[in-house]
Each structure stands twice: as structure tokens, then as C-alpha cells.
Design a protein around this ligand. Structure first.
Ligand code: LLP
Length: 445
């Protein structure tokens, strides 16, 4: 389905400036500075609710239950954890840091799942102490370590086994996660997954709840999700056949694609929900038995299109291209430190002049940052008016997922603030780094 990369409340003022959440971006920039990540709260929560409702309804048609775990690696702040809690979602965390922010936001520990291919002892210990609802175990080593830790703490560890189903899907090699030749999970094909399930089942201090898979990210193919659900349910049936034990939980991961540019395809959660529930029903029909409790973990499809980045334009220059054409370079006050996705994955983005209208002809442009390397590109190719100048604001769409969460302090850059906007009001979710922060992290002689 072709979709817009802009959040639902983005509109133009009468004079051509961009508006989001009922606020003029010029006022946002004046109040909070640039670069600035802006989260459209209404849009974010509507996307979360759409997953909850569409998947809930599609599985309810078969009498089954479904939980949505927002994958907080896409973007997390304690207020966002609070939104997800209020809206009835659960949370997937993948580090001690994410766990602490989720807890600060009031997300109940029993609605949190902890991920990671190499979880540290302090992460597992904290998860057991606060009582997270599920730890997704990723290796035999972890099964052993966790069982030992649970014993020493006098707790039981609720676990799901992360399964590598062999379904290869996703936008970029580095974000596909369920083929054999990568670091995550226990292989279905080699029998490791089944063996790990047995190990968890037999471990004295683990409660085996079920199985988990995540096939990758930015996936447009519903068939990939269908195939993965199919393989997971066959594994579940195989385990029950072999041991007589039930696996009450099946998590099918995240990865739902969004549109990064105007007219690009996105995976509609309503379509995906029906297709996946039907695929599940068909395997369940083959094998019989009770339906498990399902869950999914969308991150990007909730946070991505809900966020945009505002930049101020500094330097503009024209270069001549070998083919006789020309390109306008528009340098902004951020770059690869606030959005590394362009350089990491060759990601494409949509940008627009946000502070005014322009009648000037559109010209092939490249939005670049202020870092000291030529690969510091925010948007590789985009049409912008030929009169873009110093002091203009640019907005880049769909930066809400994996933007702030992957931001760096390269060149001792100050990571931008994140503000939520809604109904004409803005609230800071994450404050901007300051020079005082940088000097604080630095240890002088
Ligand atoms: N569940 C698990 C276990 C995951 O590892 C991930 C993402 C998700 C859910 C959420 O996937 P999503 O729905 O957001 O696609 N930095 C990359 C994406 C890495 C995703 C890592 N895991 C990017 O910027 O595209």
C-alpha cells in the first residue's frame, strides 16, 4: 500500500510553513532549537492502537489472544513507555538501559520482554529481580547462565526461546535476522531450537513459556510473515509431540515496513493481521491442539512515521555533475550523528522546506550534515526549491524510529532534543545534550 512518510497531523500553514501537532515548526525551532526531533504523539499512539486493534481483532476471530510489544529500540523515553502502558501495549527491551527507562515510565515489569544475543549478568539479574514477564533466551550458554542465576536468586525465570526459522527477509542485510548466517537465535533447521526447548523444559529454575522469532526489519512481504508463522507453529507442534508439554506463547517479532518517501510502499497492519492470523489458523487446522497466546513486536511502524527532524540550513552550494547537470548541496546543522541510517543502510528519506513557501523551481539537491566526512549525507537525492538559503528550516520525514536511538556524539556533537507535540502543545521527551554534559563525561588530567 503506498503511504505517506509524514505523520497524520502534518499540514501547511496559510503562508506555507509546516505545522505538526497543531504547532508551527518555526515556533518549535525557536523554542527548542535545531536540530530537533519532533514526535507527533497522536500519530504515534494511533499507530500503536492500530496494531493492537487490528491484530487483536484478527486473532479474536479465531478465539485467540494477542499482545503487542512495542519494540522500544526504535525510540524510547519514559514518557513513551507511559503512553504504551496507558494504551494497553507491552514493551520489548534489549538492554539494561532500555529496561530502566521502561520501568521509570511505569511499564509494569510483567509486561516487559528482555531480548539480546549476549545478555550480561547484570541485565539478567535485574530482569529477575524486578520480575520481567519474559526473557527471550538466545543461546545454550544463556540457558545455563540464566538457570544458575535464577537458582542463586531463588527465582524462576520465565523464558521464550528465540528461533531462527531460516526465513530471510528485510530491507538490508544488516537488519535481516532469521537466516542461518547471522548471530541471533537457535536454528530450526539444525535442530538446535528443539534441543534448546528441551533444555529449558528440563531446567530446574526456568519456566518455558514458548517460542519467539523476528525475521528482520522493513519487510514488505506478507508471505515472509506467513512462512515464519507456519514454521513456528510446526516447531511448537513438534515439541508437544516429543514431550507432551504445551508451549502457551508464540511471538512473531516485528519488522513491518513503513514508507520513508512519498508514494513508497508500507505494510498495512490491517492486511498483515488478517493474513498472519489466517496462516496461523491453517497450520493449527493441520495439527489441532490449543491455540497459543500470540504476540508481535513492531517498532519502526509505530515510531517511524510519527517522527520528523527539523534542521536549520547553513551553507548552500551548487556543484556541476559529470553528466552536465548540477546538484544543490544543502548543509544543515546536524547530520550522520542524529541520523546514521542513510550512511549505514543507504536509507532514503523525504525532505521539505519547512519554514516558508517557495515558488522557485525544484532542483536536484542533497542534504548533508556538518561532520568531517563526505559520507555525512542525510538525504541523498531530493528535489528542493532552488532558493533554499541560510536560515531556512528543513524537515526530514519518518525519522522517529532508529534516529535518536542510534544517534552518536561523533565530533562531540550534541545530540538533539526530542519533543512530543499534541493539540498545540510541546513537551520535551529527551533533552538536548549540552557542552556541560560533554565536559562532564570527559575526565581531565
Ligand atoms: N523484535 C526484535 C527481537 C528485534 O530485534 C527488532 C528490531 C524488532 C522487534 C523491531 O523491528 P522493527 O519493527 O522496528 O523493524 N537499526 C535498524 C533496525 C534494526 C532492528 C533491530 N531489531 C534500522 O534503522 O533500520
Amino acid at each position: 500500500m503506498p503511504a505517506s512518510p509524514w505523520s497524520q497531523t502534518v499540514a501547511r500553514e496559510a503562508d506555507g510553513a509546516l505545522r505538526v501537532g497543531g504547532l508551527d515548526v518555526r515556533d518549535l525551532a525557536a523554542e527548542h532549537g535545531t536540530p530537533l526531533y519532533v514526535v507527533d504523539e497522536q500519530d504515534f499512539r494511533a499507530r500503536a492502537a492500530a496494531f493492537r486493534d487490528h491484530f487483536g481483532a484478527a486473532f479474536a476471530r479465531h478465539g485467540a489472544q494477542m499482545d503487542v510489544f512495542y519494540a522500544s529500540k526504535a525510540f524510547l523515553s519514559s514518557q513513551v513507555a507511559g503512553w504504551m502502558n496507558d494504551d494497553g501495549l507491552c514493551l520489548d527491551v534489549a538492554s539494561l538501559g532500555e529496561l530502566e527507562v521502561a520501568l521509570r515510565g511505569g511499564m509494569p515489569a510483567h509486561r516487559i520482554g528482555l531480548h539480546g544475543n549476549n545478555k550480561q549478568v547484570d541485565e539478567l539479574t535485574r530482569a529477575l529481580e524486578v520480575g520481567v514477564g519474559r526473557i527471550i533466551v538466545d543461546s545454550f550458554t544463556e540457558i545455563e547462565v540464566l538457570n544458575g542465576l535464577a537458582a542463586s536468586l531463588g527465582r524462576r525465570a520465565p523464558v521464550l526461546v528465540r528461533v531462527t526459522t531460516g526465513v530471510h527477509a528485510g530491507g538490508h542485510e544488516y537488519i535481516a535476522t532469521s537466516h542461518e548466517d547471522q548471530k541471533f537465535g537457535l536454528s530450526l533447521a539444525t535442530g538446535a531450537a528443539l534441543e534448546a526447548l528441551r533444555a529449558c523444559h528440563e531446567a530446574d529454575h526456568l519456566d518455558l513459556l514458548g517460542i519467539h522469532t523476528h525475521i528482520g526489519s522493513q519487510i514488505l512481504s506478507i508471505d515472509a510473515f506467513r512462512a515464519s508463522a507456519d514454521r513456528m507453529l510446526r516447531l511448537r507442534a513438534q515439541f508437544t509431540e516429543a514431550t507432551g508439554a504445551d508451549l502457551p506463547e508464540v511471538d512473531l517479532g516485528g519488522g513491518y515496513a513503513i514508507a520513508y518517501t512519498q508514494g513508497a510502499e508500507a505494510l498495512d497492519p490491517a492486511d498483515a493481521a488478517v493474513a498472519i492470523a489466517d496462516a496461523v489458523a491453517s497450520v493449527m487446522g493441520d495439527h489441532g491442539g490449543t491455540w497459543p497466546h500470540f504476540s508481535i513486536e513492531p517498532g519502526r511502524a509505530i515510531a517511524g512515521p510519527a517522527g520528523l527532524t527539523l534542521y536549520s540550513v547553513g551553507v548552500v552550494k551548487q556543484v556541476s555533475l559529470e553528466d552536465g547537470g548540477s546538484r544543490q548541496y544543502v548543509a544543515v546543522d546536524g547530520g550522520m550523528s542524529d541520523n546514521p541510517r542513510t550512511i549505514m543502510y543507504g536509507a532514503e528519506y523525504e525532505a521539505t522546506l519547512a519554514s516558508r513557501a517557495s515558488e522557485a523551481p525544484a532542483t536536484l539537491s542533497r542534504v548533508v550534515g556538518k561532520h568531517c566526512e563526505s559520507g555525512d549525507i542525510v538525504v541523498r537525492d531530493v528535489d528542493l526549491p532552488s532558493d533554499v538559503e541560510r536560515g531556512d528550516l528543513l524537515a526530514v520525514a519518518a525519522t522517529g524510529a532508529y534516529g535518536r536511538s542510534m544517534a552518536s556524539t561523533y565530533n562531540n556533537a550534541l545530540r538533539p532534543a526530542v519533543v512530543a507535540v499534541r493539540d498545540g502543545r510541546s513537551r520535551v521527551l529527551v533533552r538536548r545534550d549540552t557542552i556541560a554534559d560533554l565536559l562532564d563525561w570527559d575526565v581531565p588530567a
